[in-house]
Design a protein around this ligand. Structure first.
Ligand SMILES: Nc1ncnc2c1ncn2[C@@H]1O[C@H](COP(=O)(O)OP(=O)(O)OP(=O)(O)O)[C@@H](O)[C@H]1O
Ligand SMILES: [Mg+2]
Length: 253
């Protein structure tokens, strides 16, 4: 479980996260939504201390990484996370095999001789086969996403963080990524945090949706309840996203 207590993050004078309190429960798929520039990526980066908050606790299975400067503790906790970056961020000069094995080398003690077997397994999990020798430039956008995901889960993280997993993708690839996120949760029992400005994606996939607005989570609830929220920020965001209280409009399916 990840417990966030009184989390504050600012850039200079600009307060981005103001006293955030929330728990991310084991096994759940927790989405953070909100308009562009509101602080969603800042939030997710604080969770693994890519950014250091000004104050507050971030308890990952009871270990507080909010303010620790103990590199050993940080490294240990980070090992339980996988991170799917928005751009995929594959290494162009490495093969698919080397890309997927990357995390194994740095995050685990798995012997090198086991890499090909594990990589093959993880590629199968995302629906890829016989691509180990290819370079990223030889892959389609959808395949790159799959390889990035295989790499993120290679070291079998307990938690997965997805930053805008479907932004900029065509509808078919978007559907595929949605299925993959659901699959990772079901097959590997991964607790997931998804950051997105795609409200329909969040409502469809999540156990709970949190709306970040003005530095705070103004609503944190299950999708059905979220749709009924009376919060002004949520209502506005639903309207912008073209969603009604009862379900997605035909046009935006
Ligand atoms: N390293 C940084 N230094 C200074 N300001 C930053 C930094 N990172 C983000 N910001 C600012 O903090 C605010 C929140 O940024 P963040 O990237 O978290 O937003 P976001 O909700 O993820 O937006 P988007 O939907 O566009 O990805 C923005 O105003 C951004 O300019
Ligand atoms: Mg962002």
């Amino acid at each position: 479980m990840i417990e966030i207590k009184n989390l504050n993050k600012a850039f200079g004078e600009k307060r981005i996260l103001k006293d955030i309190n929330v728990e991310i429960r084991d096994g759940e798929l927790f989405s953070v939504i909100g308009p562009s520039g509101i602080g969603k990526s800042t939030f997710i980066k604080c969770l693994i201390r890519l950014l250091r908050p000004e104050s507050g606790q971030i308890l990952v299975d009871g270990v507080d990484i909010g303010s620790t400067s103990n590199e050993f503790t940080l490294a240990k906790v980070r090992r339980s996370f996988g991170y799917l970056f928005q751009e995929g961020a594959l290494f162009d000069s490495l093969t698919v095999l080397e890309n997927v094995a990357f995390g194994l080398r740095y995050l685990t003690d798995v012997p090198k001789s086991d890499y090909p077997r594990i990589v093959k397994e993880k590629l199968a999990l995302v629906g890829l086969k016989d691509v180990e020798h290819l370079k990223p430039s030889e892959l389609s956008v959808g395949m790159k996403k799959r390889v990035s995901l295989a790499r993120s889960v290679a070291a079998e993280p307990k938690y997965m963080l997805y930053d805008e997993p479907t932004t900029g993708l065509d509808p078919v690839t978007t559907g595929m990524v949605k299925d993959l996120i659901t699959d990772m949760r079901a097959k590997l029992k991964i607790t997931s945090v998804v950051v997105t400005h795609d409200l329909s994606l969040a409502l469809e996939l999540s156990s709970r949706v949190a709306m970040l607005y003005g530095g705070e989570f103004v609503e944190v609830s299950e999708p059905a309840k979220f749709r009924q929220s009376e919060n002004k920020g949520v209502r506005e965001f639903m309207e912008i996203s073209n969603l009604s209280r009862t379900g997605p409009d035909k046009d935006c399916k």
